[in-house]
Design a protein around this ligand. Structure first.
Ligand SMILES: NC(=O)c1ccc[n+]([C@@H]2O[C@H](COP(=O)([O-])OP(=O)(O)OC[C@H]3O[C@@H](n4cnc5c(N)ncnc54)[C@H](O)[C@@H]3O)[C@@H](O)[C@H]2O)c1
Length: 395
């Protein structure tokens, strides 16, 4: 018998929406109440079990806004559909915890929140890159322990990233944003490994290289690696940004780690299971000059035995999207997805970047559309005919 507390907003609303965690900001609730929703928000920090979610949905539910920490299996989605839900809306861009194929079979749209996490998560990957390369956590621990006894020429020497070679595994929205930050800021040459060509990124780096040459500086380069191993052998930093799928699970195992340079930096702000964490612990033990920066873990919130004891690993608790602006934006997009589907509105034409979803975040009258439904094509959901033109500069 659950003792969980729930906060009910707009109790007289005709549509029932269950929200499995308290969300930040106010706009998301305004969108749902404007759509005549009664919003039931679970309180507490622990993860709701499937049974708890099912009990909360009861006999009838219109939509659920859920979390990446929950398991949205075929069974859970089936129960949702049976209770009359028209959408499962995920408060995240990644949806590896959702059986989307099952949702599609059930005719249930699945929403996600792309665009607002891109730069925020890329910045966290940059922070981890520097923290690992320049041994920030070791230095901080030394200061707090009172173990700093004066400057030394050989103390905590790290790696210079400027003009080094950067590897991105998964050059999608976040990977490409991270790549541009380090190419532009630190003039790194870029190698990426992705199942798709990212022509936009390649052109961008080519243009930037021309800009550098025009300013009397050496150019930077960008190329797509044919194989992951080619990237791993070439790069000083490797950052993982591919989504977690059956094909990317343990993409980085013992052989891949062994292919990396002994003093390389490995960053993961994607999903933990892309790295075989036990293999990483063994590799970091055997290669003390190798460094890793991790935001995500294979069995969150647990860590592989031995990981926390390693000095050459920087650890943060899944903070990739943790800025106020981004989390409020995610809440807005998740609510907009639910509100739109409940009102029978079409799907927004594209949600690749921030510019695409900005009208949902900022406009007093947001578009009558769902910002991002991951199985919209498979379900044959109608889309708005064309994205509105950007407002003209009036100045
Ligand atoms: N740490 C965090 O808090 C946080 C925040 C946001 C997103 N994420 C994770 O980051 C992931 C990426 O987000 P995004 O918005 O950039 O997604 P995206 O879809 O734009 O990019 C993913 C890229 O990975 C590529 N890819 C797919 N399979 C691959 C493979 N086998 N090998 C190499 N590349 C492959 C895709 O082609 C795509 O370009 C999300 O799926 C999510 O899990 C984590």
């Amino acid at each position: 018998m659950t003792t969980r507390e729930w906060v009910i907003v707009n109790p007289a609303g005709s549509r029932r929406v269950v929200v499995t965690k308290e969300l930040p900001g106010a706009r998301w609730l305004q969108l749902l109440t404007a759509a005549d929703c009664r919003v039931e928000i679970a309180q507490g920090e622990d993860i709701l079990t499937a049974e708890e979610i099912r009990a909360a949905c009861g006999e009838h539910i219109d939509a659920v806004i859920g979390q990446l920490t929950e398991s949205w299996s075929a069974e859970a989605l089936g129960a949702l559909k049976a209770a009359g839900a028209l959408i499962y809306s995920q408060f995240a861009v990644g949806y590896d915890n959702v059986d989307v194929a099952a949702a599609t079979r059930l005719g249930l749209p699945v929403g996600n929140t792309p665009g607002v996490l891109t730069e925020t998560t890329a910045e966290m990957a940059v922070a981890l890159t520097f923290a690992a390369a320049r041994r920030l956590a070791e230095g901080e621990r030394m200061m707090r322990a009172g173990a700093y006894h004066g400057w030394l020429p050989t103390m905590l020497l790290g790696s210079l990233l400027y003009r080094g070679t950067l590897g991105i595994v998964g050059a999608g929205r976040i990977g490409a944003a991270y790549g541009r930050m380090l190419v532009e800021g630190h003039k790194m040459d870029l190698v990426y490994y992705d199942v798709r060509v990212n022509a936009e990124l390649e052109h961008y780096v080519a243009d930037y290289a021309a800009f550098l040459v025009a300013h009397g500086e050496a150019p930077v380069t960008c190329r797509r690696a044919e194989a992951l191993e080619e990237l791993l052998r070439a790069c000083d930093v490797v950052s993982i940004h591919a989504a977690l799928t059956a094909g990317t699970h343990h993409l980085m195992g013992a052989p891949e780690l062994a292919a990396m340079k002994d003093e390389a930096v490995l960053v993961n702000a994607s999903r933990g299971p892309l790295i075989d964490e036990a293999a990483l612990v063994a590799h970091c033990r055997a290669h003390p000059r190798f460094r890793a920066g991790l935001d995500v873990y294979e069995s969150e919130p647990a860590m592989a035995p031995g990981l926390a004891a390693l000095d050459n690993v920087v650890l943060v608790p899944h903070l990739g999207s943790a800025t106020t602006w981004t989390r409020e934006g995610m809440a807005t997009l998740a609510a907009a997805n639910a509100a739109a589907i409940l009102q029978g509105w079409p799907v927004w034409p594209a949600a690749a970047g921030l510019a695409d979803v900005a009208p949902f975040l900022d406009d007093p009258e947001p578009p009558h559309a769902a910002p991002s439904i991951v199985n919209a094509v498979e379900l044959g959901l109608p889309r708005l005919a064309a994205q509105p033109q950007a407002k003209e500069d009036q100045s």
